[in-house]
Design a protein around this ligand. Structure first.
Ligand SMILES: [Mg+2]
Length: 382
C-alpha cells in the first residue's frame, strides 16, 4: 500500500482536518491543529507530507521519526501538531487496513469507557452553580471551569474571593462529591498562584490545571507545597522530552498531553507510559474536534493511568459548529453516566461526513486567540 495524496480542510469553529489517501482506497483522517494557527500548521503538514507521499502508510514509527528527526529543527506547537495530525491519519489507515480499532493494535483495551468532564462558564456564582447542575442533570459527574479572568503578578484578593464564591456555588448546587477541575490557564503568575491554590484547598477539587505557564514549571514545587490539591499540566508540552523533566520533578500529579499537539497517537502512548512509571495520571487535553477526541479515546483505552478525558461537546468555543456535526454517526461516542464508550469501529472508530467537511471548508474560519490587557495597559495572559 502507498500514500497517494492528501487534502487539508480548515473548518469551523476553529479546526483543521487532514485526509490522507492510499492506492488501496483506504483513507485516514487526522486533526493537525494549533488553536489560532490553523494556516501555519496546514503549511507544516504540506511540507512534511513531501516525505510521505509514495511511501507505505503502515510504517508509522519510521514516518514519525523522519518527521521528528528529519527536519533538523524539532519540537514546539507547530511542528508537533503537524506530526500529530499526520500520525492520527496514518493510524486510522492502519486500523482500517487490519479492520481493527487502533486500541487493538496498541496492545488491546484495559477499559471499556472513560470518565469525561464538561466545561462550565458563567461570570456570576449563580450562573456557574446553575450551569454545573445542568451538566450533572445531563449525566456528567465532573466539570471544569476557568479560575479567573486576567490576573496581575500581585492582584486584589477580591479576584480570589470571586473564584472561591463560584466554586462554592458549584459545590452547593452539585454536591460534595461532584468532580470539579479548575483551570488557571497559565494566566496566574507564581505569587498569586500560591494564594489561589491555598484558597481553593477546602473545596476538594479534582485538580488545579496549569497553575503556572509550562515555561515556569519549576514554580510547581512551591505551589505543591501550599496545597494538597492534585496539580495538572501539560497541554502546552509537546513531546517525551518536554515531559521528562516535569515527571522527574515529582511536582505534577496529572499530565494533560494533547493528542493533536504532542506528537499524536504514537508519541502520546509513550508519554502516558512514562507517566505511569512515576505514578502520575493522565487526563488528555481535548477542547478540539471529533478526530482529536477519537484519537484520545483510542489511546485512553490502552492506558491504565488515563483517569478522565476532556471533550468539547457544548464548549464555549464551539459557536456555530459542535463536536458531533462532522460525523456520519454522532452516537459513536456513546455518552452515558458521565463516561464515553471507546468507539469500536476500525481505525479511529469514527466515520467523517466528508460532504459536510467540504461544505464547511468553503466557510473556513479565522479563529484567533483573544488579546487581553490589564488595567494599566500591559498585555495579559489569556
Ligand atoms: Mg487548560
Amino acid at each position: 500500500m502507498k500514500i497517494t495524496g492528501f487534502e487539508t480542510f480548515i473548518v469551523p469553529p476553529r479546526w483543521l482536518f487532514l485526509k490522507i489517501e492510499t492506492d488501496e482506497g483506504i483513507v485516514g483522517w487526522g486533526e493537525p491543529i494549533v488553536e489560532g494557527k490553523a494556516l501555519t500548521v496546514q503549511t507544516a503538514v504540506h511540507e512534511m507530507m513531501d516525505a510521505l507521499v509514495g511511501k507505505d502508510p503502515l510504517r508509522i514509527e519510521d514516518h514519525w521519526q523522519v518527521m521528528y528527526r528529519g527536519g533538523f529543527y524539532r519540537g514546539g506547537p507547530i511542528l508537533m501538531s503537524a506530526i500529530s495530525g499526520i500520525d492520527q491519519a496514518l493510524w486510522d489507515i492502519k486500523g482500517k487496513y487490519y479492520n481493527a480499532p487502533i486500541y487493538q493494535l496498541l496492545g488491546g483495551a484495559c477499559r471499556d469507557s472513560i470518565r469525561v468532564y464538561s466545561w462550565v462558564g458563567g461570570d456570576r456564582p449563580d450562573d456557574v452553580g446553575r450551569a454545573a447542575l445542568e451538566k450533572k442533570n445531563a449525566g456528567f459527574e465532573a466539570v471544569k471551569m476557568n479560575a479567573t479572568e486576567e490576573l496581575q503578578f500581585i492582584d486584589s484578593y477580591e479576584k480570589i474571593d470571586q473564584v472561591t464564591e463560584r466554586i462554592a456555588a458549584i459545590r452547593e448546587a452539585a454536591g460534595p462529591y461532584f468532580g470539579i477541575g479548575v483551570d488557571f490557564h497559565g494566566r496566574v503568575h507564581k505569587p498569586m498562584a500560591k494564594a489561589l491554590a491555598k484558597a481553593l484547598e477546602p473545596y476538594r477539587l479534582m485538580f488545579i490545571e496549569e497553575p503556572v505557564l509550562p515555561e515556569n514549571n519549576e514554580a510547581l514545587r512551591e505551589i505543591a507545597n501550599h496545597t494538597s490539591t492534585p496539580i495538572a499540566t501539560g497541554e502546552r508540552m509537546f513531546s517525551r522530552w518536554d515531559f521528562k523533566k516535569l515527571l522527574e520533578s515529582g511536582y505534577v500529579d496529572i499530565i494533560q498531553p494533547d493528542l493533536s499537539h504532542a506528537g499524536g497517537i504514537t508519541e502520546c502512548k509513550k508519554i502516558f507510559a512514562m507517566a505511569e512509571a512515576y505514578d502520575v495520571a493522565v487526563a488528555p487535553h481535548c477542547p478540539l474536534g471529533p478526530i482529536a477526541l477519537a484519537a484520545c479515546l483510542q489511546v485512553d483505552a490502552t492506558a491504565y493511568n488515563a483517569v478522565i478525558q476532556e471533550q468539547s461537546l457544548g464548549i464555549h468555543y464551539n459557536q456555530g459548529n459542535d463536536l458531533l456535526d462532522y460525523l456520519d454517526d454522532p452516537s459513536v461516542f456513546g455518552y452515558e453516566d458521565g463516561h464515553v464508550r471507546i468507539p469500536q469501529g476500525p481505525g479511529l472508530g469514527i466515520s467523517i461526513n466528508e460532504e459536510v467537511v467540504r461544505k464547511m471548508a468553503e466557510t473556513g474560519h479565522r479563529w484567533r486567540n483573544p488579546v487581553w490587557r490589564h488595567r494599566d495597559g500591559t498585555v495579559a495572559e489569556w
